[in-house]
Design a protein around this ligand. Sequence first.
Ligand SMILES: [Zn+2]
Length: 138
Amino acid sequence: MNKLREMLAKFMYGRYGTDRLNMFLLIVLIVCAGLNLFVRNGYFSIVMSSWETLLIVLIYYRMFSRNIQKRYAENQKYLSLENKVKRFFGRTKYIQEQRKDFHIYTCPQCRQKIRIPKGKGKISVRCPKCGAEFVKKS
Ligand SMILES: [Zn+2]
């Protein structure tokens, strides 16, 4: 068992190994394989199988790659993309939460978004940006 570990360590020496991007690819692979199991459709199965093969090749290629800098750069790119997606969903969630307690109006003059608490009846809203006033029901 120790010998095997030693061999593996030697083999992996100077190679990139795994990272966040590879984990993501692995998850996509598992999802593809799962879909392939549930959807029993010939054409779909062919497409999914080729995706699976491609993903497996890509994962192994990146893991055993000796071009560590390039793989690192790929991972950084992936991480910034992941952050963008997370931020986007974070913002969507924030807006949804705000919608519960606030109306969000757009100023008819300058398109500025204005948050008004709900349940106050008819109120006059003054745009903080351009000073335009308009009446809304909240
Ligand atoms: Zn305005």
